[in-house]
Unconditional design. Structure first.
Length: 250
């Protein structure tokens, strides 16, 4: 069975007298280990789609199933458990905790789920604070923020905040990684490095499933699958031989 399945998903938002149809009859099947690019213009429904897959919101109609979990019918309490245990999110607008430093932001998300380790050949989850700090530092270094770990979000540039948000999501090594415009505020070199990290998540060692939302068609070749959204509908959904991030130019 597919890792993620959406069946006839509709999402509408009503504000006063106006109803917006953000997603209009979405059907999708995504296999474990796929890197999926979601591409489309502003207002197409990209963030809404990620929110439904990540259990941050529930559909108005239809079903979302992920990792055998009926996400669209979970109670608020179980949705929180699902998000914590299965999903990592790079938000379009970062959502960092302002009173925590960069390092503490990453540590905090790991404190909720622990760090997966091999212990005597077996998988184990550790909640040891030293293990958590080590993992948080490792990922902040991977996004080139080794020298900014003790800064608060307000002391970081937009691109640096974005990278903290990326480190926070990647450090969990989540089964499902959702990244909303992860390279939006980054220059080419660091942007490409971030895409390489996301690509690595889908590699053999981890075999995670990754969704990257973008406006930029130059990033589409990175996907095993490309989904084009327009006005809440899928207008293209194709698989391809992907191009590694290190060969992308934009
Ligand atoms: N909470 C909300 N309340 C009302 N309307 C909403 C809400 N969230 C999204 N919408 C509307 O739903 C549609 C899809 O929004 P969405 O944020 O998914 O677009 P997007 O493709 O992510 O756009 P962008 O590229 O600008 O981030 C838009 O018309 C938007 O105005
Ligand atoms: Mg969006």
């Amino acid at each position: 069975m597919a890792l993620i399945e959406l069946k006839n998903v509709i999402k509408t938002y009503t504000l006063g007298e106006t109803t917006t149809v953000a997603l209009d009859g979405i059907n999708l099947e995504i296999e474990q280990g796929e890197l999926v690019i979601i591409y489309g213009p502003s207002g197409a429904g990209k963030t809404t789609l990620l929110n439904l897959i990540g259990g941050l919101d529930i559909p108005t109609q239809g079903e979302v199933i992920a990792a055998d979990i009926p996400v669209s019918t979970l109670s608020a309490q179980w949705l929180t458990v699902y998000r914590r245990k299965k999903v990592g999110v790079v938000f379009q607008f970062f959502n960092l905790i302002s009173r925590l430093t960069a390092l503490e932001n990453v540590e905090y998300s790991l404190e909720l789920v622990g760090v997966k380790e091999k212990y005597k050949g077996k998988d184990k989850v550790s909640f040891n604070s030293k293990v958590i700090k080590k993992k948080a530092k490792e990922y902040l270094e991977k996004v080139d923020l080794g020298d900014r770990m003790n800064h608060f979000p307000s002391q970081l540039s937009g691109g640096e905040q974005q990278r903290v948000s990326i480190a926070r999501a990647l450090a969990k090594e989540p089964e499902i990684l959702l990244a909303d415009e992860p390279t939006g505020n980054l220059d080419y070199n660091i942007g490409r490095k971030i895409l390489e990290l996301m690509e690595a998540m889908t590699g053999k060692a981890l075999n995670r499933t990754v969704f990257i939302v973008t406006h930029n068609d130059a990033i589409c070749p990175l996907g095993d699958r490309v989904i084009r959204l327009s006005d809440g509908q899928i207008i293209e959904n194709y698989t391809q031989e992907y191009t590694p991030a290190k060969e992308l130019y934009w």
